[in-house]
Design a protein around this ligand. Structure first.
Ligand SMILES: CC(C)(COP(=O)(O)OP(=O)(O)OC[C@H]1O[C@@H](n2cnc3c(N)ncnc32)[C@H](O)[C@@H]1OP(=O)(O)O)[C@@H](O)C(=O)NCCC(=O)NCCS
Length: 208
């Protein structure tokens, strides 16, 4: 049976383990478990009104969803942990020759040295326009539990949280090539938001 509860800082090592299993190619996953843990810690401790929701199976974290203000979290994370990230990269020379890592490093440097602009690029490579919206920041289900209804439970809980906060709609960003996640969101009633041109991964759902 799946049980849901709010996540706290003590849960973040388990969150990092699920994140790395669900997003093995993400740069922060490859930097290491401590980098991922710090990423979620920065979400919880920043001014993002973030709530972490965990789905547990037999006491083990099977998946999580973070809901909050979807704004500039990568920038805050990079600024707060620049020294740690550089140290981890120096300790892992194999990461330096990876083109995906190099692109993320370029974005990281931009986030480090620029103030929040009118639009910003997320780790997924999408652009978001101010004002900041409230919505799903991240969702991941441990691969062994995917396809078993855990993601639906987490999204419903995230939407209920946003509704309680008074939001009439919520947003999320997805990498457009992540067709599995896009299909999952559409199945749950989300729709693609296109501002003309190519769709950049922004989706929304009305909570009315
Ligand atoms: C995307 C993800 C969160 C979905 O979670 P999940 O637990 O596997 O999904 P569920 O089993 O709860 O599926 C919920 C519903 O979506 C449907 N669904 C799932 N994937 C689908 C797809 N690709 N296309 C259409 N429907 C889909 C399911 O059939 C189910 O429908 P039903 O409840 O009406 O029977 C999970 O696969 C995951 O963690 N993926 C890796 C990380 C990731 O990509 N996160 C999103 C980043 S933006």
């Amino acid at each position: 049976m799946t049980t849901l509860r709010a996540l706290g800082r003590d849960d973040l090592p388990a969150v990092a383990a699920v994140h790395r299993a669900a997003f093995p190619r993400m740069v922060v996953s490859r930097i290491g478990a401590e980098a991922v843990r710090r990423y979620y810690e920065s979400l919880l401790s920043g001014s993002y009104e973030t709530a972490g929701l965990g789905a547990f199976q037999g006491g083990q974290l099977a998946g999580f969803c973070f809901v909050g203000v979807r704004h500039w979290s990568e920038g805050a994370f990079v600024r707060a942990h620049a020294a740690f990230i550089v140290w981890r990269l120096l300790a892992s020379p194999r990461l330096w020759v990876d083109p995906v890592v190099l692109r993320r490093l370029e974005l990281g440097l931009r986030l480090l040295f620029t103030r929040p602009p009118q639009t910003r690029e997320t780790e997924a490579g999408n652009c978001e326009t101010e004002p900041p919206s409230y919505g799903i920041q991240l969702i991941a289900v441990e691969p062994g539990w995917q396809g078993a209804g855990v993601g639906r439970r987490l999204m419903e809980a995230g939407e209920a949280h946003a509704r309680q906060r008074g939001s009439a709609r919520i947003e999320l960003s997805v990498e457009p090539s992540n067709v599995r996640a896009v299909g999952f969101y559409e199945r749950l009633g989300w729709r693609k938001l296109a501002a003309g041109g190519e769709w950049n991964g922004l989706m929304e759902k009305s909570l009315r």
